[in-house]
Write a protein that binds this ligand. Structure first.
Ligand SMILES: NC(=O)c1ccc[n+]([C@@H]2O[C@H](COP(=O)([O-])OP(=O)(O)OC[C@H]3O[C@@H](n4cnc5c(N)ncnc54)[C@H](O)[C@@H]3O)[C@@H](O)[C@H]2O)c1
Length: 85
């Protein structure tokens, strides 16, 4: 499961709920989010963190290749979309 914005307020709670039953990949640029929100998961084998922007094709490709489903909780998509979950 790919959670974009997974280091944010809502995204990190989504990760908390998913991690027991799914492999979770978080893609986040840490612009407003924080690794503090994910600290309890960093040693979990089912957890992967990728730092990067959702506007980067290469990074999104990598994240999608490692995931089968998507939860999108990013706030900004390069200023073109604000507010998305
Ligand atoms: N918090 C609320 O009560 C609430 C209520 C309704 C809707 N929402 C919406 O839910 C979404 C998440 O809200 P939140 O409160 O968790 O915000 P947040 O800022 O805590 O989380 C957003 C996350 O997205 C990351 N991010 C932003 N731009 C990015 C980019 N271009 N690429 C990768 N990562 C990026 C940030 O670093 C952050 O971790 C927002 O779209 C918000 O508008 C929030």
């Amino acid at each position: 499961m790919l959670v974009t914005g997974g280091a944010g307020l809502l995204g990190s709670h989504i990760v908390d709920r998913l991690i027991d039953t799914h492999e979770v990949v978080v893609l986040d640029d840490l612009s407003t989010g924080s690794m503090d929100n994910l600290a309890i998961h960093v040693d979990n084998k089912r957890f992967t963190f990728i730092e990067g922007r959702i506007s980067s094709e290469a990074i999104v490709k990598e994240a999608i290749e490692r995931s089968k489903q998507l939860v999108q909780s990013t706030t900004y998509l390069d200023n073109s979309i604000v507010g998305f979950i």
